[in-house]
Design a protein around this ligand. Structure first.
Ligand code: SAM
Length: 204
């Protein structure tokens, strides 16, 4: 059962996957609220949520900034379907599509900010995924990663039961961002293992 739950965190599928993403919408609220207190957004901005799951973080941002536009992308069809259902009320300000962070279905220079919460654990290659995010960000665009698990030792219970799940330390996240071309890296930590990592991409 635990393995089934974890594989649905990695790539939600079917009815059980829908239950998992809806539970994550609630469960990740504290992390998301912490992140949105640390980083301010602008009503004029266009934001992308990578690995958007059930769309909970998109909704929180749309509610907090009444004219911001927030798109979502996720490689799980179940996540995309759930996000679309959950964001019905806001459909004029969001577009949620299926796609892999390794090959995002967006033009270069499309977004002011990219958020990605609780997703990088599952990416095939974090640096290549971050490079792809850099591509779709505009000049001076910002990436915001937020994670509840950053201690590989403590998280072994989960990683041993979920193939392809990797836990990264804040220093490793910083290294990935630098390798992908981001600058002005800032790391914020809380509750011993939470981390928000942000960086800016300069293209000019
Ligand atoms: C643990 S859930 C987090 C969902 C949401 N961000 C939240 O905070 O509730 C991880 C999500 O990342 C998505 N994901 C994992 N790897 C991905 C990839 N390579 N490209 C796009 N989405 C991915 C999964 O399908 C899943 O919906």
């Amino acid at each position: 059962m635990l393995r089934k739950f974890l594989s649905n965190c990695k790539k939600p599928q079917g009815k059980f996957g829908k239950m998992v993403v809806n539970a994550m919408n609630k469960g990740h609220a504290p992390l998301c609220n912490w992140a949105f207190d640390l980083v301010s957004f602008d009503n004029e901005e266009k934001v992308l949520d990578v690995g958007c799951g059930g769309g909970g973080n998109i909704i929180r941002l749309l509610k907090k900034y009444p004219s911001i536009k927030v798109d979502g992308v996720d490689y799980s069809a179940t996540s995309v379907e759930s996000s679309i259902q959950n964001t019905q009320k806001f459909k004029s300000r969001t577009n949620i599509v299926c796609g892999d962070v390794m090959n995002l279905p967006f033009e270069d220079n499309s977004y002011d900010k990219v958020i990605s919460f609780e997703s990088i654990y599952f990416w095939l290659d974090p640096v290549e995924g971050l490079k792809e995010i850099a591509r779709v960000l505009k000049d001076k665009g910002r990436i915001i990663l937020a994670l509840e698990m950053t201690n590989p030792q403590k998280a072994q219970f989960w990683t041993k039961r979920c193939e392809g799940m990797n836990i990264y330390t804040p220093e490793e996240l910083k290294e990935f961002l630098l390798k992908a071309g981001f600058e002005d890296i800032q790391l914020h930590t809380a509750k011993k293992v939470w981390c928000l990592a942000e960086g800016v991409i300069y293209k000019a």
